[in-house]
Design a protein around this ligand. Structure first.
Ligand SMILES: Nc1ncnc2c1ncn2[C@@H]1O[C@H](COP(=O)(O)OP(=O)(O)O)[C@@H](O)[C@H]1O
Ligand SMILES: [Mg+2]
Length: 206
């Protein structure tokens, strides 16, 4: 059976990590060989780069340096985990991917989408997911969920509401431009509601 590469995207606190776990269970029950992973990270080298990105002060890196570090981490992740797993017939569920860089460093930061895609081409051969699920939730609700989850925020999770509104708007723009790949999913309601919506949005891939 052919492998699949599926990414979950959206702002902080929308439920990506929760739903990846639930999705992995649901797919495993269907007999699918599932690998869950996250970006930045997923391999030893990429997790080391993640440490550089997630810790330290707000001004440790500028938008350009961040975009380069994300591209470098992703290159290792794609080469060592994602491509080999898909080739082996597995379903890869990845918590964030290049579209997060496009939304954060592009939409809310100052890097052009063309430049981010150039870095992605150089680093990762331009690999794109078979399906990208964008979990959509009002920014305040995501912030409430994230705050209830933990008191501490990392370097990436400490920006203003206006910034997160721009991120959410960019995710919607990206989805509108590539309707075949993207599905925008309402992330409100119960955990089960959201999992069912995501499974529906993957139905054509089974
Ligand atoms: N549908 C939901 N309703 C209520 N709380 C939720 C829902 N989905 C996730 N949560 C909770 O919100 C918090 C953030 O979820 P998480 O999966 O960590 O988000 P993300 O990975 O997108 O930042 C967690 O405490 C999680 O248990
Ligand atoms: Mg998460």
């Amino acid at each position: 059976m052919a492998g699949r590469f599926i990414t979950l995207e959206g702002g902080e606190g929308v439920g990506k990590s929760t739903q990846i776990r639930r999705l992995a269970e649901a797919l495993s029950e269907r007999g699918i060989d599932v690998v869950t992973t996250r970006e930045p990270g997923g391999t030893e080298g990429a997790e080391a780069i993640r440490g550089l990105l997630m810790s330290g002060g707000q001004d440790r890196w500028n938008d350009a340096t961040e975009a380069l570090l994300f591209a470098a981490a992703r290159a290792d992740h794609v080469a060592k985990l994602i491509r080999p797993s898909v080739t082996a017939g597995k379903w890869i569920l990845c918590d964030r991917f290049v579209d997060s860089t496009r939304a954060y460093q592009g939409g809310a930061g100052g890097i052009s989408d063309a430049d981010i895609l150039d870095l992605h081409r150089v680093g990762s051969g331009g690999l794109l997911p078979d399906r990208t699920i964008v979990l959509d939730l009002p920014v305040e609700e995501g912030a409430r969920r994230a705050a209830a989850r933990s008191a501490e925020t990392d370097r990436m999770g400490a920006k203003c509401a206006d910034y997160y509104n721009r991120v959410a708007a960019r995710f919607r723009d990206l989805a509108a431009k590539e309707p075949e790949r993207f599905r925008i999913i309402d992330a409100s309601g119960t955990l089960d509601d959201v999992t069912m919506r995501i499974l529906d949005a993957l139905a054509d891939l089974f």
